[in-house]
Ligand binder design. Structure first.
Ligand SMILES: Cc1cc2nc3c(=O)[nH]c(=O)nc-3n(C[C@H](O)[C@H](O)[C@H](O)COP(=O)(O)O)c2cc1C
Length: 313
């Protein structure tokens, strides 16, 4: 019997557990020539802010052993251009689309969610709206205002989540930062605010210095470390968070192959996302999914949701 791959996130059913992470897949069309977008478990867009953002000055990326440090600074076209230029193509996709939302103030997050809700309500009869949920980025380490500073304070997380909850009935996923003392406390705050799920984790603050120039590679000094180096941290965060809340947890950080994803699922994740690995090979989500299926068949696991119950500790 084929294993059941669907995953429920609030009212949304993902066709399979493997999605692509925000900021590593643009708004989808960038990859449309390379892979079948409809085979994705979910497409998490690049962050959308109220106003367009040019992002941080280059260089914005530096490679490290087993990782990548980025300082993109939430570069994006802004809400209006997202609705006019990106949403129509997203609406033609069959895979679930989750819009990643960021802002410098709580009002800005609210305005983005409201703006997208309004656009969905007024769109002419498209096959579907083009947005199936929101991922709230309270964990970006590369901006001066908002971003990670929101995600490190439990009362701010609860307040922001509750305020967005009132503005949408679509699934609300809060994306957590690992740059905190107790991630479980932040997770509980998001759940108390009405989140349907949590994404876990965003990047860790990292720094790399050019010893010839005696200067950091990134103009801001620090950036967000992603890739294989952070996987054990991501798995530990998912394990702690999954024990602390009763809503689904979506695991990410350093996933490159099926085994990496299965670690997250065993730790308690209901689904996963592939980020940095996409830059090396956009086919990785598909390979990760086939490898999860193979593993489930070999172990006679009936459903993805059963994997977390298999962890022996
Ligand atoms: C270049 C780049 C841009 C990113 N942009 C965003 C973003 O806009 N919003 C967000 O929530 N996360 C963003 N992230 C974080 C990723 O979605 C992910 O949480 C992180 O990279 C860990 O996963 P990975 O190791 O598989 O890349 C970005 C990551 C990278 C590498």
């Amino acid at each position: 019997m084929k294993p059941v791959l669907t995953v429920k996130i609030g009212s949304l059913v993902l066709p399979n557990p493997v999605g692509v992470a925000s900021g590593c897949f643009g708004y989808g069309q960038e990859y449309a020539e390379l892979i079948d977008l409809d085979s994705l478990g979910a497409l998490y867009t690049k962050a959308v802010t109220l106003q367009p953002r040019a992002g941080n000055p280059p260089p914005r990326l530096v490679e490290t052993p087993q990782g990548l440090i980025n300082s993109i600074g939430l570069a994006n076209p802004g809400l209006t251009a997202f609705i006019s230029d990106k949403l129509p193509a997203l609406a033609r996709l069959r895979c679930p689309v989750i819009v990643n939302v960021a802002g410098s103030t709580q009002d800005e997050y609210a305005a983005v969610v409201e703006g997208i809700e309004e656009a969905l309500a007024t769109r002419p009869a498209a096959p579907r709206g083009g947005v199936d949920g929101f991922e709230i980025n309270v964990s970006c380490p590369n901006v001066d205002h908002g971003g990670m500073s929101f995600g490190t304070d439990p009362s701010t997380v609860e307040h922001l989540t509750a305020s967005l909850r009132k503005r949408t009935s679509l699934p609300l996923i809060v994306k957590l930062s690992p740059n905190v003392t107790d991630i479980a406390e932040i997770a509980r705050a998001a759940e108390a605010g009405g989140a349907d799920a949590l994404s876990c984790i965003n990047t860790l603050v990292g720094m790399s210095i050019d010893t010839e120039r005696c200067s950091p590679y990134l103009p801001r000094g620090t950036g967000g470390l992603s890739g294989p180096a952070i996987r054990p941290i991501g798995v530990a965060c998912v394990w702690k968070v999954a024990k602390a809340v009763s809503i689904p947890v979506i695991g990410l950080g350093g996933i490159r192959c099926g085994r990496d994803a299965i670690e997250y699922l065993l730790a308690g994740a209901s689904a996963v996302q592939v980020g940095t690995a996409l830059f090396a090979d956009p086919r990785i989500p598909d390979l990760v999914l086939s490898s999860i299926v193979e593993w489930m068949e070999a172990k006679s696991v009936a459903s993805v949701g059963d994997i977390r119950m298999m962890l022996r500790i």
